[in-house]
Write a protein that binds this ligand. Structure first.
Ligand code: CTP
Ligand code: MG
Length: 224
């Protein structure tokens, strides 16, 4: 079985506001992208790796990819995450399963990539990691008044890598009719079932300065 992994790293990181595109911000001595690629390097499958980077960071991305994985492709991203995934998908060679991963989920364990690949291989349909929601969730109106308490047993906070049969994902992107925030939504629009598999707390997304600090703490040597 052939696997391709698209690592989307072309965002600006407006919410992190760290003076560089988020994937190129240092975290414990390496960039966020480098951490993400180390996880990919630990997969039990040896995938085709495609990094989608800002167009003024292509050489830097090529350098990191060569150092951490040894081979792979780098392509410029687009204005939205969806456009960046589409740019990466255009470079997928022969693959049975495609994983799409946010570089910003820098600490995602390699085992989570393997779990998603195994789930797609076993079911022949999409699989995405998710975790139960622990906070009580309220639905509010525009003024902040509570309209309802949402039954959280029905909810999953979803992560990446999200994995799909390659042909299904390519077709779903080709027929995409709206802007979505994750690939599972496009697959659902195209009528394909997608299941949630157990996620990992370490796959949290570095979005704000607080998240970056949490990631730094998690990487700090225990003796310090
Ligand atoms: N991404 C991308 N191309 C874009 C937007 C996002 O490749 N045009 C990638 C980001 O690099 C990130 C992942 O998609 O790895 C998740 O997006 P997000 O966390 O929103 O990152 P940014 O868009 O960079 O952050 P912000 O929304 O705060 O600007
Ligand atoms: Mg964004």
């Amino acid at each position: 079985m052939k696997v391709a992994v698209i690592v989307v790293a072309a965002g600006s990181g407006a919410r992190l506001a760290a003076g560089a595109p988020k994937a190129f911000v240092p975290l414990a001595g390496r960039t966020i992208l480098e951490h993400a690629l180390h996880s990919v390097a630990g997969m039990s499958h040896e995938p085709q790796v495609i990094v989608v980077a800002p167009d003024d960071r292509l050489d830097e991305a090529r350098g990191v990819l060569a150092r951490v994985i040894g081979s792979g492709d780098v392509v410029a991203g687009g204005a939205t995450r969806q456009a960046s995934v589409a740019a990466g998908l255009a470079l997928v060679g022969h693959a049975d399963v495609v994983l799409v991963h946010d570089a910003a989920r820098a600490l995602t364990p390699a085992a989570l990539f393997d779990r998603v690949v195994d789930a797609v291989a076993a079911t022949g349909s999409g699989a995405i990691p998710g975790l139960p929601v622990s906070d009580t969730i309220k639905r509010t109106d525009a003024g902040g008044a509570i309209v309802a308490t949402v039954d959280r047993s029905e909810l999953s906070a979803v992560q990446t890598p999200q994995g799909f049969p390659a042909a299904q994902l390519i077709a779903a992107y080709a027929s995409a009719a709206r802007e979505v925030t994750d690939d599972a939504q496009l697959m659902a629009d195209a009528g394909h079932p997608v299941a949630v598999v157990e996620g990992d707390p370490l796959a949290f997304k570095v979005t704000t300065a607080w998240d970056l600090r949490r990631a730094e703490e998690l990487l700090r040597p225990a003796s310090a």
